[in-house]
Ligand binder design. Sequence first.
Ligand SMILES: [Zn+2]
Length: 80
Amino acid sequence: MPLTPRPVAVLFKAACPDCRARFELAAGALRLAIGASRRTTFYSFTCPECGTAVRKPAGERIVELLTGGGVRTLRLHSTV
Ligand SMILES: [Zn+2]
């Protein structure tokens, strides 16, 4: 049997545009929303410093990183 890859605890670096704090977030603290276009594809988190809900656009690379890191993904459109 092939080795089963174990989930790795990944930390994502993020910064708050509101209070300018920099921090690292675990996958569980982030959410990714994939929309029909790049404009509607974004990730969001709550700043641990000031509590602001932050939403940032997610490019292809970020989407790959986040999904690969086990971040919950919400698909806003259905292609089926
Ligand atoms: Zn903040």
